[in-house]
Structure formats: C-alpha cells, structure tokens
Design a protein around this ligand. Sequence first.
Ligand code: PEP
Ligand code: MG
Length: 580
Amino acid sequence: MTIALQGIGIASSCPIALGPAFIDVRGRASVSQMAITPAQVDAEIARFDLAVASARHALQRVCAQIPRNMPIKIAEFIDAHLLMLEDAALLDDVRRIVTEHLCNAEWALQLQRDVLVRVFDQMDDPYLRTRRDDIEHVVQSIQSFLQTDTQEPAVDRQDLNGCVVVAYDLTPANAILLHQRGAVAFVTESGGPMSHTAILIRSLGIPAVMGIHGVTRYLHPDELLIVDGETGTVLARTDERTLHYFRQRRQALGDRQQRLRELVSRPTRTRDGVAISLLANLELPEDVHAARINGAVGVGLYRTEFLYMNRADFPNEEEHLATYTAMIAGLDGIPITIRTLDLGVDKGCEAFAHCGSTARNPALGLRAIRLCLKEPDLFQPQLRAILRASALGPVRLMLPLVTHAHELDTVLALIAQVKQQLDHDGLNYDAAVPVGAMIEVPAAALSARAIARRMDFLSIGTNDLIQYTLAIDRLDDAVNYLFDPTHPAILRLIRMVIEAGQALHVPVSMCGEMAGDPRFTRLLLGLGLREFSMQPGALLDIKEIILAADVQELQRRTAQLFAHLDETDPRYLLDALNRA
Ligand code: PEP
Ligand code: MG
C-alpha cells in the first residue's frame, strides 16, 4: 500500500525527484554512557580530539570542493561550523565532563550538546533558534567520527548516484557532499525552510522535504521514493500508475526548464521587436547568483530591510556599504536599484521597536519613507552608503511608500545635503545617481505626474497598491479573498501611472508580484509597461510570454478590455486577452 508522508517542501528549479532510498542513520544512533577509569581519561580525551580533528578535516575538504558558482554564503555556513569546532564552550567542557564524570567522550558530548541546545531553545528570535541546528550538526559530525573511530564516515565514501537520501538531519556540508556523490533529493526528520540547509538545497537545484518526524524509521533502504518539493510530499510503495504520472511530470518539468534555460541569453524582445527589460527583486545578497543565472539585466528592487533584522542595533554606514559593494561586485556591471528602508508593519526589527509606532493600524502608520524622514539618524547612514556605492557601479536609489510630492522635495533636499557632506569628506559618489519613487498608495498613483516631475523613474509596487486601494490588509487571512489585481480600480491606477510616465518621459517599472505573474504579462505589455522586476525564479517564464507577444496587437486588445471593464468581469476579459 502506498505511503504518503507530508513535510515542508523545498522546491527548487527541479521540484520532483524519484530514486531509491538511502537511509542515512547518522545522528540517530543512540549514545550510551560508559564508565572509564581515571587512567583512561587521557586516552579518551585524545580519542575525542581526534574525532574533532577529523570533523574539521572533513569540513575543510568540503570547503575546497564547493563549486565556484555557488553563492558565497555556503562557505560562510561551513566557516561557522569550523569555528564551532574550535569553540572552547563546546570542546573544553566536553573534556572537563570526561575528566570529572569519568565517562566516555560520546556521553560527555551529548551532555554538553543538551546544555547548548537548551540555551538556543529559550531564544525568542525564530532565526536564532534555527542556529540551534548548527550546534546539532557539529555535534553529530563529531559523534559520527567517535562512533566509527575512522577518519571518514562510511556514508561519505558511498556512491549515491540517483538516490534519495533520507536522514535524521542534514548539515549544509553533508548536503554538498551527498549531492556530489549523486543524491537527487533529500528527506529529513528535522530542519525547516529558514535553515541554512534549506537555503543551500534550493541553490543546489534539487528538491527536499523536511520535518517528517520518524521518517528514517518509516522508509526502507532501497525502496523507490517520489519526492515532491512543491507540495512537500514523499511517496513510497506506490503503484505503477502513480509512478508513471510522476515520471511524466518530472520529464515535463525538466523539458520545460531546459527549454527555458535556452532563453537566458536571448535578448528580451517581443515578436514585433519591442525591447523589454527583465529585472530581479532581491532580498538577500546571495540572491545575486539567482538573478544572474536567470538572465536579469538588472535589479529592479533590492529590499534592504533584511540588513536590519536579527540584530539589536541599526547597521551603520560602513555595514551598508560593505553589503552594497559585495552585491555590485557580484552583479558584474548590471544596475541595482536599492530601495531605502521599508520598515514597519510586517517588516519589523528589534532596533526599530523603540521608535516604531504603537498605532492600531500600523499599515497606515509610521512606516517606510515616513519613518525615515522622522528618524534622520536611521536614514542618513543608508543614504550616504547608497551614494558611496554609486561610485562603484550603476546604482539607482528608490523610495518606498511615497504619498505626497512634498515628501520627495524633503528627500531630495536631504540627498543634496548628504552629497555636500560626502564632498566635504572627500568621498566619491555618482552625482547623477537616479532617484525614483515607488507608487504603492492610490494617492501616489493619482498624483503620478507630480511625482514623475520630481523623479528619474517610477516603480509600481502592486502588493501595497492593491492593499491600500482595496482597503484589505495584505497579512490578514480573513480578507485575503478580496486581494484582486484584476479589480478595475487597480487596472486603472496602473494605466494612469504608466501614462504619466510616458507623458513626462520618465521610465516606469513594476516590482510588485503582478510583474512576475504570467497571468498579467500580456495585459501589462498592452498597457505600455516595458520594465518588469520579479523574483529571479519567475524571469524565464515571463520572458517566454514576452518573446511570443505582439505589442501592437496587445495594445489594441487591452484598449478593448478597458472599454468593457465596467460591464464584464475583468477576469473573463483577462482570460480572453491571454488566449493568443
Ligand atoms: C510592493 O508593495 O509591491 C512592493 C514591491 O514592496 P513590498 O512587497 O516590499 O512591500
Ligand atoms: Mg511595498
């Protein structure tokens, strides 16, 4: 009978894999206490030190094997583990426990692991809590060397070609090694989507399902598994029909990915020769890699909020600059649009707590540009860093949640002041760095001309524009059903902004989710949008639609759609527009 197990899916460019199970029992073997005599203490500590050294060598070997095109962060994960393997809090205490309790090193290590894990478990910050995984991984790795008493655990020597590795837990380093030995998917008992391992697996381009408790016991070695990273499902002992279905789906997805890959180097032009810019939205510096391999010609939105999270203070100018510098270097000459801080509502941070509003309705409160203008100490270091970064490569500066044109006058005056300071400090910047505004509030869309007069570019943030126009909280499940990009009011506001840009010769981009949603590509082309910015994984899907589109025809058909907007459900009109 088929077994279906549900966990947290990690879907990458290839979300489905089939293969025989390889059950990796490392980390599951129980550790028992054994008494030793005082005369055996030195030998036991030497055995422990050897296991630590072997774990360190194994990690260093992995570091040397990281493919050059992997995101830089991967090496950082491994460096973090290497540092832990030198950490006195871990090692000295294990040696002390062996000496004082006269017990085996495995048991001492287990006791010390429990102490450290308890500390992490008490932390409120969910991100820091996931760092507990790092302790587990390092301890596991030492345990496996202690238990085998060899320099290399057996699993690391095995050929895993085509196998699905089912493990209790997986370190980032092990994920790399197992992938290099041929593993095509991972299934784990622990771990979650925020873990380093999950980030790594996504960039390896293979699927995984994490967090299935007891999975290493439910599944048998060598039985055929189906791993669906999209739905988070693992199937075993399936019938032929199910297998056939998944094989076909995998084949179809693979063929499609392959076809899309071939589009990367093609210029993005419609059938009738209109050039379109496809840009990436980035949240973390390591996303640069995904932007490049999917052929983005620039970054249309870099959300800088992540620089402020998981820390108790604000990043200073040099920290901002270091991040921007690394990203500019990774982007290799393609432009980056750095959005100034958009903190508030869902995007909070610890350091912000003291100046954040206690408003009942934070989405309408002191967030984004409003907060920055109120707190110059928060804003100025970022402005200085963005301007300094503009000396290193093509940079655009973008302002979120603009409502009034006079906010822009204030920001522009502030930017002029910061430029003067930089001149005074003898620091370089691009004097002509383009400054743009996000159009995310109905008031801004309705005043798009006034805003465009002051700005070098506009970018439509449909996520917030829809929230504010339809008066529905983006985060509230109870009203999510009303979130409708096809609402006539939204379509009219988008058209209004694009037309304002055209009239004043100010480029208009779109960086909200609508830009990366294939249902709207033809409509947006018909409305005159020429710059789309989206999460990197959507770029090639959208490109495929653009290459097949005829802008002239879409302009005509979009005008017809608008003519019927009030009497026909816009979703039907959109379906008709999408039928080629
Ligand atoms: C938007 O609102 O559309 C947008 C891109 O900004 P964010 O999703 O970061 O609010
Ligand atoms: Mg927004």
